[in-house]
Design a protein around this ligand. Structure first.
Ligand code: AQP
Length: 344
């Protein structure tokens, strides 16, 4: 039985939502709404894999929700909710903890990066994070997952988990009426010119929420002056911009700024270089600052307005959670039957 097309993705409420999250994920979320059923989740269970101050976690959860809506996600037509309100995520993650192999998790580069040198001090949750991510997606039988480039390896693991579950439980899955497997193998959607936005201060490092210096990233709540200042101070090299994409090779900072322009203008890097090839960085940065301000400041303004009414944001999340439950509960119940759990 072919699985119905369904989109799922999430963003962690860990503060400092930035241009990378926006171009790599949220703008894709917005586009997919036109012809898919979408679930967009504020993944608070993932956030606590590193310690979060409880008051900040609640504030950041509302902030990501506001960013979704201000960017153009429609919570009435699609489903916007926070992960901890649907307990099926944690329940299915436990089952997947027992399906995924340690060897698979040991290969995850994000764990190695986030745990750093002192792995013994990392939480067990950070280690099994990819199993929870597989559960997030498969709890809804989601088939397509828009993410930034950094999540590609986790998506591959989600496919491996789905495949192994389908193989391990083939007998009861067939008995339940799914001869082609119970879980779909979800497809990553990693497209566009800005799937990996890099730090403004080092073109070889990912733009990230947890980077200490605020000057490395543009936050969705930055005002026009701050955006212009950060772009003006962004690291570049002494050469003018090339006229072709090939000329960006070995120029990570130039490549990053051209990618950001392309992402914001919704054109290709070739188009950007057709317009700016031969230009100095000071000229290009001026145009980039203007574009970034025009695109981002209305979002920041709307986020502030939405955040002024936290009760309404909480209502949207609980309405979304109720509708997410409606999809998840029968899938989780079937999963339990397949595994052999008795339920009343
Ligand atoms: N720099 C980026 N470029 C493109 N896409 C990005 N994403 C994150 N950073 C970039 C995408 O944004 C979505 C939500 O990410 P997340 O907040 O859930 O987790 P993350 O990838 O861990 O984000 P950060 O900013 O890098 O946080 P820290 O600093 O905590 O590690 C995902 O689709 C992600 O690919």
């Amino acid at each position: 039985m072919a699985h119905k097309t369904r989109v799922f993705s999430g963003v962690q409420p860990t503060g400092n939502l930035h241009l990378g999250n926006y171009l790599g994920a949220i703008t894709r979320f917005v586009k997919l709404q036109a012809d898919h059923d979408c679930l967009y989740c504020v993944v608070d269970l993932h956030a606590i894999t590193t310690f979060q101050d409880p008051d900040e976690l609640a504030r950041n959860t509302r902030e990501v929700t506001a960013a979704f809506i201000a960017s153009g996600i429609d919570p009435a037509r699609h489903i916007v909710f926070n992960q901890s309100q649907v307990s099926g995520h944690a329940e299915l993650a436990w089952i997947f903890n027992c399906v995924a192999r340690l060897g698979w998790l040991n290969r995850m580069t994000q764990f190695k990066e986030k745990a750093g040198k002192d792995r013994e001090a990392a939480s067990a949750g950070l280690y099994v994070y990819p199993n929870l991510m597989a559960a997030d997606i498969l709890l809804y039988h989601a088939t397509h997952v828009p993410v930034g480039e950094d999540q590609k390896q986790h998506l591959e693991l989600a496919r491996d988990i789905a495949q192994k579950f389908n193989n391990d439980f083939a007998k009861t899955i067939a008995r339940a009426g799914y001869p082609d497997g119970f879980f779909p193998l979800p497809e990553p959607l990693i497209t566009g010119p800005a799937t990996r936005v890099m730090s403004l201060r080092d073109g070889t490092r990912k733009m990230s929420k947890s980077e200490e210096s605020d000057m490395t990233r543009i936050n969705l709540t930055d005002d026009a002056d701050l955006i212009a200042k950060k772009i003006k101070k962004a690291k570049t090299d002494p050469e003018p911009l090339p006229s072709e994409v090939k000329g960006l090779e070995a120029r990570p900072e130039a490549d990053n700024l051209v990618g950001i322009y392309a992402g914001l203008a919704e054109i290709s890097k070739d188009d950007v270089l057709r317009e700016f090839g031969g230009a100095t960085f000071s000229k290009f940065k001026e145009a980039l600052a203007e574009l970034a301000t025009a695109r981002l400041t209305p979002i920041g303004d709307e986020m502030r307005q939405l955040l002024a009414d936290p009760v309404e944001i909480d209502r949207i999340l609980s309405d979304g959670a109720r509708r997410a439950h409606d999809i998840a509960d029968p899938i989780l119940a079937k999963t339990k039957d397949i595994v052999g759990f008795i339920r009343s």
